[in-house]
Design a protein around this ligand. Structure first.
Ligand code: GLN
Length: 479
């Protein structure tokens, strides 16, 4: 592999500006890496060679003219295949959208294009972002670059694997219950979910709209902070987008964190956590103590309800969001329907995979009359209580830490027959989505099989700069 692909996005972008490499050369390099290794990894559903090279060409023209380059211009990026990129296929890894070509750009995609960031391909995911292992893709599985017999985590498994295997320096994913942080932890990269509303969801194929957020993957905390700066900002196309100025999230990375108070979530350090993960988190505690922070234990007793709350709310929202895939407006249409109802039923039966159908059925049930109050309304009430508990704790500590996942990447196929075991993979990540706070997974060492472990850090809403600061300080000392 060309050494340059191993460099951070910040370094790659400096090399382009310093004329040590052209953006076209760098993009070609990433594209060759993809054709070399992706057959084994399966990170990409499609490669967008022409689009990437056209963008890279623009960067080279700017360099030739001596113009100042936008942030991260020319650095290859993988886009999760549930975000629209005009003129390319956006499949959400579903048969129902197998041949769907985006008629417009998602807001994040437009921002990448405005900053001349070459999009090298559309990254594989669990169908409609529903899953924790990327085994729910209708097309192919993603293999963990650290050990090809293991899962990369999901649902943004392709995004995480592409960054871990240096097929791209950066990637975007979406996180509804952990889909950025979990695969980041399994693949040994940085993955970050912003505050709800920080990044526009316009052009992201909706799974559960009150929980979905787009966020960055990178190999360093600094790169993740820079990419968040590129994609965040108010957007009138998304009514939940926050009307706040875009911050320079990388500005405070080097701030001294001495005197800050960090809470370890004891409810996420139970016996369910593997020995190696526990040791890694204990090591993180020591690192933070050595940086002069005060580390305290905190308990969030309502956190244990998060999985139950999530699987009612997320499925309810998905049953409604996915109603638009009816065989009439988007994607797959059955061949010979007998009538309109038959067209709806057969198109959806043929187009959706098992997990998506399971979620639609669960969600429809939770929303149906007679059950709405018992399930959906109760889950909404509980969500509020979990949020209140977090807000209370944030009066006492600046940040929270926990494992991103109780375990490291498991073998392909190990949990596919047991949906409940699969759902429990997200025990530590879902709460940040319910509460709407920013959270990040940072590499924190390896288990005895050599698989990466992730440390999860959470801060109050809108405290992304602090989150990156705390993550960066750990990253410098951890491994
Ligand atoms: N694994 C969780 C699920 O299956 C979260 C998915 C996500 O964040 N998109 O729903």
């Amino acid at each position: 592999m060309e050494e340059i692909l191993k460099k951070s996005a910040a370094q790659q972008s400096k090399m382009i500006a310093d004329k040590e490499i052209t953006a076209t050369e760098l993009t070609e390099c990433a594209l060759s890496r993809i054709s070399e290794v992706d057959e084994k990894i399966g990170a990409f559903n499609s490669v967008t060679r022409e689009i990437a090279l056209e963008t890279a060409g623009k960067v080279d023209e700017m360099v030739a003219k001596g113009e100042e380059l936008p942030l991260l211009a020319g650095v290859p990026l993988a886009l999760k295949d549930n975000m629209n990129l005009i003129g390319s296929k956006t499949t959400a890894s579903s048969k129902i959208l197998e041949n769907f070509v985006s008629p417009y750009n998602a807001t994040v995609t437009q921002k990448l294009s405005d900053n001349c960031i070459p999009i090298v391909g559309k990254a594989n995911l669990d169908e409609f972002a529903m899953g924790s292992s990327n085994e729910n893709s209708a097309f192919k599985k993603v293999h963990n670059p650290w050990n090809l017999s293991k899962v990369p985590g999901g649902s943004s498994g392709g995004s995480a694997a592409s960054v871990a295997s240096c097929e791209a320096a950066l990637a975007l994913g979406s996180d509804t219950g952990g889909s950025i942080r979990l695969p980041a932890s399994f693949c040994g990269v940085v993955g970050m979910k912003p505050t709800y509303g920080r990044v526009s969801r316009y052009g992201l194929i909706a799974f559960a709209s009150s929980l979905d957020q787009i966020g960055p993957f990178a190999r360093t905390v600094e790169d993740a902070a820079l990419l968040l700066e590129v994609i965040s900002g108010h957007d009138s196309h998304d009514s939940t987008s926050l009307n706040l100025p875009v911050e320079k999230f990388a500005q405070h990375l080097n701030d001294d964190i001495k005197g800050k108070k960090i809470g370890v979530i004891t409810d996420l350090m139970t016996d369910a956590v593997s020995e190696d993960v526990r040791k890694a988190i204990e090591h993180a505690v020591d690192v933070y103590k050595s940086l002069g922070t005060e580390v305290v234990e905190v308990s969030l007793p309502k956190l244990k309800y998060s999985i139950g709350i999530y699987y009612i709310l997320a499925t309810a929202e998905c049953s409604s969001n996915l109603a638009r895939f009816d065989g009439v407006r988007y994607g797959h249409r059955t061949a010979n329907p007998e009538n309109l109802i038959d067209l709806y039923c057969k198109s959806r039966a043929e187009g959706f995979g098992d997990e998506v159908k399971r979620r639609i059925m669960l969600g429809t049930y939770a929303l149906s009359s007679g059950y709405y109050d018992a399930y959906y309304k109760k889950a909404q009430q509980m969500r509020k209580l979990v949020a209140e508990e977090f807000n209370e704790v944030f009066k006492r500590v600046d940040a929270l830490i926990a494992p991103t996942c109780p375990n490291t990447a498991f073998d392909l196929g190990a949990r596919t027959e047991d949906p409940l075991a699969m759902y429990l993979t997200d025990i530590a990540t879902i709460c940040a989505n319910l509460v709407g706070i920013p959270a990040m997974s940072v590499p924190a060492g390896f288990d005895s099989d050599g698989m990466p472990i992730g440390l999860q850090i959470m801060t109050p809403q809108l405290a992304e700069s602090l989150l990156f600061n705390i993550g960066y300080q750990f990253e410098q000392l951890c491994c």
